[in-house]
Design a binder for this molecule. Structure first.
Ligand code: PLP
Length: 341
């Protein structure tokens, strides 16, 4: 199969329409079969539930080429399950989990020409999502929905190596207790845009959100979970009902324990203890791990021992092992790698 002529190393993390996307519609209480479409545009009523009351959720995962030339994606069943949770919390009809994985596979297959080659550092980003498509004016869940999957080739997340970033403790809250922080809802992102733009204006790359109730515990950033390494080499990651359960974070916890023999603690993490950690990172599908070199709390700095030049040594080991599993250099746990072609 002919690959598209793209400069894979320098395409950046941008949306680029590809030839096909998957579209399924929910109407009269049932999903239709769904089909691949060449139309990148969505046309809907002006009063659609998504436009008026933000009834929408999404997922994000990647397909890529492994060393032996297979096109695969990473744990899509977990994205399917997480989207089902998001839909339930937003009064949206669940798209069956097995059909979700099928739709992802179908969409990637239809766009194989856009899957970057092994070694390019680029990947095919996959975006499944659902939104309320029928009109609602009184506040209630809509009757009709659309589930779609599009893909877009994206460049290497780090153009020249993963440089540690500087983040700040944020005065805005991301998620309320008993709210929607644990689901992948567009609304969680809409209200974080002001906070992230403000962080950028002040010269910080990300926001560290604290728990909204007491502002003493670490939650996450706008789109990635935290991992910390203790002096004695333990992986510690914050636990809270308002954190989005990152698939990367759950995979790193498994890798730390079963591949690297590390102790793993998933527990409440008080901001006061952050200064005692030696390494810090942000984890999510896009970058796998972004190292954090410094956290600024209203002028007070926490500088991690790993410094501002490179990823800390244990973070690096975690990163290399997980990406090694993804790329096929290291044997993956049963069921982690879904071969597409
Ligand atoms: C998607 C997301 C993450 C990362 O999850 P992955 O499954 O690892 O990509 C972390 N936090 C938030 C708020 C997210 O929306």
């Amino acid at each position: 199969m002919e690959k598209k002529e793209l400069d894979w190393g320098s395409i950046g993390f941008n949306y680029r329409p590809t030839d096909f996307r998957f579209v399924a519609n929910y109407k009269d209480g049932a999903w239709d079969e769904g089909t691949l479409s060449q139309d990148a545009n969505v046309v809907m009523n002006e009063c659609a539930g998504v436009l008026q009351y933000a009834q929408t959720c999404f997922e994000g995962l990647k397909a890529y080429t492994t060393e032996d030339g297979k096109v695969v994606c990473f744990r899509p069943d977990l994205n399917a399950a997480r989207m089902a949770d998001s839909c339930e919390r937003l009064e949206m009809p669940v798209y069956p989990e097995d059909k979700f994985v099928e739709a992802v596979v179908k969409t990637v297959k239809a766009n194989l020409a856009y899957v970057p080659p092994y070694g390019s550092g680029a990947t095919l980003y996959i975006r499944p999502y659902m939104f309320a498509s029928s009109p609602v004016i009184g506040v209630k869940a809509a009757d009709e929905y659309q589930f779609r999957v599009f893909v877009s080739p994206v460049g290497p997340y780090f153009q020249e190596g993963a440089k540690p970033i500087v983040i700040r403790v944020c005065d805005f809250d991301r998620a309320a207790p008993h709210g929607t922080g644990h689901i992948k809802a567009g609304l969680n992102y809409a209200m974080s845009l002001y906070a992230i733009s403000d962080a950028h204006r002040q010269g910080f790359e990300e926001n560290m959100y604290l728990d909204a109730a007491t502002r003493t515990k670490v939650e996450e950033t706008g789109g990635a979970n935290f991992i910390f390494i203790t002096k004695d080499g333990k992986l510690v990651t914050p636990k809270s009902d308002s954190i989005l359960p990152s698939i990367t974070r759950r995979s790193l916890m498994y890798v730390a324990e079963h591949y690297l023999g590390m102790e793993v603690e998933h527990r409440e993490v008080y901001f006061d203890e952050v200064k005692d950690f030696v390494e810090c990172g942000l984890c999510g599908t896009a970058a796998v791990i972004s190292p954090v070199g410094k956290i600024v709390d209203h002028g007070k700095e926490i500088c991690f021992a790993s410094g501002m030049e490179e990823m800390g040594p244990i973070t690096k080991k975690l990163y290399d092992t997980l990406t090694g599993i993804q790329m096929g250099h290291i044997e993956a746990p049963e069921g982690w790698i879904r071969v597409i072609d």
